[in-house]
Design a protein. Sequence first.
Length: 94
Amino acid sequence: MNQHVTNLGPVGQRIETKLRAAFAPASLEVIDESHHHAGHAGARPGGESHFRVRIMAEAFRAKSRVEQHRMINGALAQEIAEGVHALAIQSAAP
């Protein structure tokens, strides 16, 4: 399994944990890009507001990109409701 090691804060760690639990991905990368958006609308003072997710999972096979993104957004509904302002998603099936 491809794993990307980063120094994620608590929100990023929850995102990673939830995606692993929901999709058992063959590969997963969660990147906090909040520092690129400091001072912009939606940016939080402590960061952890803008993330990029790259995920490959069997659960996405035969699903459209829109369906894949809806699945991911559904799995992360709590984080989105609690302050994740932007989530860039790159998803695919193996």
